[in-house]
Unconditional design. Sequence first.
Length: 138
Amino acid sequence: MNKKRLLAIGLALLLVASGIIAFFILAPLSTIRVACVGDSLTQSTEYPYDLWMLLGTSEYTVRNYGAGSTTVSLDSETPYMNTNVFQDALNFQPDIVIIMLGTNDAQPSLHQFNASFVEDYVKRRYRAGSDAAADESR
């Protein structure tokens, strides 16, 4: 009788644990994923968290992909596209991307790259888009 009771308790605990694990793993997959991409104005502020609170924590998953001192310009020393944070944002596979990037490109030392600013911004967008399209085709 003790073996049956222990087996029943063990089975009940296993079912409860499975339900909890499924809730925490599967629930975020059903939310709308929002990536806040940017430089230190994104990284060091609370706006991604505030946005998440405003949108609703159960319907949205908002993540902060800010990287301080980064630029749009691919010719600078710290292009955002060359950071691990950018790759993390791509791997997150967001449904919505909010970009607050370009402030550091206004530095006088980067004015020489102004002509390529728009082109680099478009490359950044299309690179992210092509990665997402490649993932969808799998």
